[in-house]
Ligand binder design. Structure first.
Ligand code: PLP
Length: 350
């Protein structure tokens, strides 16, 4: 990576550190389709225990773990209830319809978040005229919501409502790490906090290839029966892998060594937002809760123009729909990068 470029496009662009590569090197391996890859088995057990569930399944991507979960929870013709900003709705290639034959009931939440009364209104009556409401999905943090963190009481309300209505609750936790740390005053919480949080959901998808810096890997978590079915769906989607111990070792290393530094990404995002407050062409900045900063430009400056200007100054970022631009902080953005980016933004004239 060119260290001169401050790459704020996404937290998926991180490269494995030398320490992570060392952890991967020489990892013991076996055939994971036969559940014989020892580090993958260990990783799955560790993730299940961390989030207070019985079992887990390692998969190549967060899209696959979400899609498998949906496939196991719903039948063709059913409806998934989620927010309009959800990744499962916007960015998984229409997979809900394509893989599971289901449709989506969208909620208009607050930066990707909603409460039980929003869900309750959208549950279809048990009547053959309607599709069956079969799953509620939340995304914590919500990417399109600007890395927004859910309120625990709201999640518990949704959990209780789902239990009363016999609806499973899925978590797209691609950035669950950021969410849990942010809710705990930017510190890694106790095992009990992780476990209580995990037990709010019937299934959980977590990713290692975003803020945790692993090159690949997501894990789907749930009870034993759910994961047995998930195994079947992973096979059908072509996601069964063989000697993947090295990849699982990267995830283990990430859990041990990357979580404690993740709060830096949140502080860096706050610093960027503060600098943006002084930039003339910035109309508004969405609340910054974790590692994502979404801001809107005044109507006389297009996001494309801003992004091109930033690129010339050595900052890479993406337009994010309408007048919006997104910055994402991550482990490969250093304190020095942030100081430089803030200085550049401080001198912006567009
Ligand atoms: C919230 C969320 N869920 C799921 C995914 C999918 O992960 P993957 O890119 O590993 O398929 C992403 C990817 O960025 C994401 O942001």
């Amino acid at each position: 990576m060119n260290d001169q470029i401050i790459d704020l496009r996404s937290d998926t662009i991180t490269r494995p550190t030398p320490e992570m590569l060392q952890a991967m090197h020489g990892a013991k391996t076996g055939d994971d389709v036969f559940a014989e890859d020892p580090i993958t088995v260990e990783l799955q057990e560790r993730c299940a225990a961390l989030f207070g569930h019985e079992a887990a399944l390692y998969c190549p991507s967060g899209t696959m773990t979400n899609q498998i979960a949906i496939n196991v929870h719903v039948r063709p013709g059913d409806e998934v209830i989620c927010d309009r900003k959800s990744h499962i709705y916007n960015y998984e290639g229409g997979g809900i319809a394509r893989n599971s034959g289901a449709s989506v009931r969208l909620l208009e939440g607050n930066n990707g978040r909603f409460i039980w009364s929003d869900v309750e209104k959208e549950i279809n009556p048990s009547d053959s005229h309607y599709s069956r409401s079969s799953l509620v999905s939340v995304e914590d943090t919500c990417n399109r919501g600007g890395g927004s963190v859910w309120n625990m009481d709201d999640l518990r309300g949704i959990q209780a409502g789902c239990a009363r209505s016999n609806l499973p609750l899925h978590l797209d936790g691609a950035r669950v790490w950021n969410a849990v740390i942010a809710r705990n005053e930017n510190k890694v919480p106790s095992e009990e906090v992780w476990r209580n949080y995990g037990q709010t959901f019937d299934s959980i998808s977590i990713c290692f290839s975003k803020g945790l810096g692993a090159p690949v890997g997501s894990v789907l978590i749930g009870n034993r029966d759910f994961i047995a079915e998930a195994h079947r769906t992973r096979k059908v989607l072509g996601g069964g892998m063989r000697q993947i111990g090295g990849l699982a070792a990267a995830c283990m290393h990430a859990l041990d060594c990357e979580l404690p530094r993740m709060n830096q990404d949140h502080f860096h995002a706050q610093a960027l937002a503060k600098s943006l407050e002084e930039v003339n062409c910035v109309e508004s900045i969405e609340p910054v809760e974790t590692n994502i900063v979404i801001f809107s430009l005044k109507s006389n400056v297009s996001p494309d123009r801003f992004v091109k200007w930033a690129e010339k100054q050595g900052i890479s970022c993406f337009p994010f729909g309408g007048q919006k631009v997104r910055f994402v902080t991550h482990r490969d953005v250093s304190q020095e990068h942030i100081e430089r980016a803030c200085k550049i933004l401080g001198q912006a004239e567009l």
